[in-house]
Design a binder for this molecule. Structure first.
Ligand SMILES: *Cc1c(COP(=O)(O)O)cnc(C)c1O
Length: 216
């Protein structure tokens, strides 16, 4: 199966209202171009340096999403071009994105990452921190547009389903408080069908498109 075949297969399983973010971390420009030539324009990366390099080297009409953990001191490198930041997991980070957005005269779309997994290693906000951020006013250079979450890495699909259902209920709650909320980013190669069943409208898919990753 080529990247283009994989992409077609994945797309055929996504309802029209679900946006596909092709996760290209560790993949070469050449591999990304195969997906690009098959029509994909939205790509996700989880490392700032890699994201910036690929943005410089690849076509200008690609929309780049930052899907990984983002350190405050690196926001400045993404601020000029990033289309969506998925992993906002603190108020301090949100304030830094606002500051950098102002510098570049942009309003940067952001998702709040919620901690929904059993593993403590995964990043994300708890309910209290979410409420604190929802009450905020006056950040003019960030636009909160939704939530993101990662389920526990487990073969227990009932556990995964429960975690996605929980995130989905938080998303419904956020929509009652913030009219701008429209994106629920959940689901990866191994669990996107469950995520969609639970209300996801943006999936982040890497290995099902590009094949397994080889980490150095
Ligand atoms: C790597 C990654 C993905 C994609 O994972 P696959 O299992 O390869 O689809 C999705 N989301 C985040 C945050 C990731 O880091």
């Amino acid at each position: 199966m080529t990247i283009s075949d994989n992409l077609k297969m994945v797309r055929s399983r996504l309802p029209d209202h679900v946006e596909l973010v092709a996760v290209s971390k560790t993949k070469s420009n050449q591999e990304i171009m195969q997906a690009y030539d098959a029509g994909q324009r939205v790509f996700g990366e989880n490392k700032v340096q890699e994201l910036v390099r690929k943005q410089e080297e690849l076509p200008n009409d690609i929309e780049w999403h930052m899907i990984g953990h983002l350190q405050r001191n690196k926001v400045k490198y993404l601020a000029p071009f990033v289309t969506l930041i998925h992993g906002v997991d603190s108020l301090k980070l949100l304030r830094e994105i606002d500051k950098q957005g102002k510098k570049y005269q942009r309003v940067i779309p952001c998702l709040l990452q919620m901690h929904i997994a059993m593993e403590s290693s995964k990043f994300g906000l708890n309910r209290e921190e979410l409420d604190e951020i929802l009450e905020l006013d006056g950040l003019e250079h960030v636009k909160l547009v939704g939530l993101m979450g990662m389920a526990t890495f487990t073969p227990d699909m009932e556990q995964v389903r429960k975690e996605f259902a929980f995130l989905s209920s938080l998303f419904e709650y956020c929509k009652t408080r913030r009219p701008g909320f429209s994106i629920l980013s959940m689901g990866m190669s191994g669990d996107y069908e469950i995520a969609i069943e639970q209300g996801s409208n943006m999936v982040r898919i890497g290995s099902a498109i590009f094949g397994a990753r080889n980490y150095p």
